[in-house]
Design a protein around this ligand. Structure first.
Ligand code: COA
Length: 177
């Protein structure tokens, strides 16, 4: 189901390959990246395994993760994909990270738009996102992308030893209801 590549405006989303792991680890292990998420922190081994298992997830339509490669760049600037894919209900949860050097340029907003456009054309109906309290950058990406904030999920995840609230966001293929 998932394509190897989605071409966006000034960037390409391409399925992660093992050689992406080093550049991914470079940004994923930085506090300003993982502390905004529920991650317990990344090791190089965990990134290797994440990238390796991506091929299996994509073949089984269970999840997908793409490298975000700006035009002309050799290495990825970030990653984006769907997890918690529910084929029966045509629903998926979007997740993403960007290397801090690439923040503030609208790259993630465009990547979210490209992935969602592909998904809605493919027949997905609802894209969800959950965002940890205080992650205003991610909330702004979702707002710019048309997502609606639906709820506060109280003490939703145990994050590095403390229960944290998350907000639930969604975007429907139909736009509104
Ligand atoms: C969340 C994250 C991807 C957002 O990155 P970002 O750079 O703020 O998002 P974008 O790439 O969409 O860029 C938007 C910014 O570029 C600016 N911008 C410049 N040109 C733009 C354009 N053409 N279109 C949209 N925004 C543009 C916007 O004004 C905005 O800056 P502002 O927030 O200061 O107003 C990044 O902070 C990150 O990786 N965080 C850590 C991991 C994380 O939180 N993941 C999500 C977990 S839910």
């Amino acid at each position: 189901m998932f394509p190897e590549q989605i071409v966006g405006d000034g960037f390409v989303l391409r399925a992660l390959v093992p050689s992406d792991a080093a550049a991914m680890f470079d940004y994923l292990h930085r506090p300003e990246v993982f502390e905004a998420t529920s991650s317990g922190g990344w090791t190089r081994e965990a990134v290797d395994e994440f990238v390796r298992s991506n091929a299996e997830g994509m073949i089984g339509s269970r999840w997908c993760r793409y490298a975000i490669v700006p035009g002309g760049a050799a290495a990825l600037a970030g990653d984006i994909g769907f997890g918690s894919i529910d084929i029966r209900n045509r629903r998926a949860e979007i997740g993403y990270h960007l290397a801090p050097e690439s923040w503030g340029r609208g790259l993630m907003t465009r990547a979210v738009g490209a992935l969602n456009a592909w998904a809605f054309a493919e027949g997905f109906h609802r894209i969800e996102a959950t965002v940890m309290e205080g992650n205003f950058r991610s909330e702004r990406v979702l707002q710019r992308s048309g997502f609606v904030r639906e709820a506060t999920l109280r003490d939703y995840k145990l994050v590095r030893g403390a229960f944290r609230d998350f907000s639930l966001w969604s975007l429907l293929a139909t736009g509104g209801r």
